[in-house]
Design a binder for this molecule. Sequence first.
Ligand code: ACO
Length: 330
Amino acid sequence: MQNIGIAITGSGSALPATFLDNQALTKLVDTSDEWITTRTGIRQRRLVNQSESLSGLATLASQKAIASSGISPQELDLIILATSTPDDMFGSACQIQAQLGAHKAVAFDLTAACSGFVFGLVTAAQYIKTGVYKKVLMIGADVLSRWVDWQDRGTCILFGDGAGAVVLQANESDRLLGFELKSDGTQNKYLNLACTPEPTELLPGVHVGKGNFQPITMNGKEVYRFAVQKVPEVIDKALFHANLTVDQIDWLILHQANQRILDAVAQRLNIPEHKVISNLAEYGNTSAASIPLALDEAVRQGKIKPNDIVAASGFGAGLTWGAAIFQWGR
Ligand code: ACO
């Protein structure tokens, strides 16, 4: 195989305009700002309204990522959209391709819940490594507000909507230094957005199931336990593949699920607080969007600089978890 490297050359993000803070949530369910803040670190979240769309938000984030990479949409070879909440069950990546005018690009969706961005990044990288494609747009976007039970205080306090994107390009030196991906379907029951088909009799003796999705269900304690145990392990593995040690990490960007998970993982890895990127107070858990959103903000704020080493780790439904270690910029 040719020795082709990968660089992440730009990022972008987009958020809906509507805010919902913890105080407003107390009008919906029996909760308090104090409970939500101390258990999760979340203070507010952004929500799409009825006329906004996942693909619209993702297109906006993509345009910014493409512009910051200094390329044009027409140069893109591939678009991968990591989402669990497409506008269309057949996929939304092609709508984004059309909205961007990226007519040359192949586009498809990838579903791995809150691990979607890391899984997508690694998938995108394989196409570049093999020499098949040179310029790839990788988007993480979710609008879980559409699928939350707004009467369930155990879940509705957690989620928000958003989109983030990066551009990956073939590069002389390889800046994707190591990765590790994991899945365990035996624990699937702990986090679901499941289709429960309604029994429908089409004709006498011919039964089908009419599509019907249930709101998100979650065993918070099990998911918490899983994340705190598995995320440090998978970051360690990715570091091993990268031939790096923990102290060489400049920035830790975890899926923004819960501040207590961020703190516990950083503590287990012995990573000091000032290296941990956290924006969940503002946006809550935006699922596949949370890592590229946090990455983009940190780049724009001047925290993450060219050549900084970033450890990113996603975890969530599936169950799935994974980590990617990369050096920012070309
Ligand atoms: N406000 C007030 N009280 C609440 C609320 C709320 N919003 N939610 C639950 N409670 C109550 C419960 O009813 C329970 O009361 P009880 O003791 O009288 O029965 C009590 O608070 C404790 O409930 P727990 O569920 O045990 O609370 P816990 O400390 O585990 O915190 C939380 C819940 C925040 C959800 C935590 O378990 C967590 O963060 N888990 C990880 C979840 C996560 O990150 N999920 C996203 C994964 S990413 C993806 O793929 C979508």
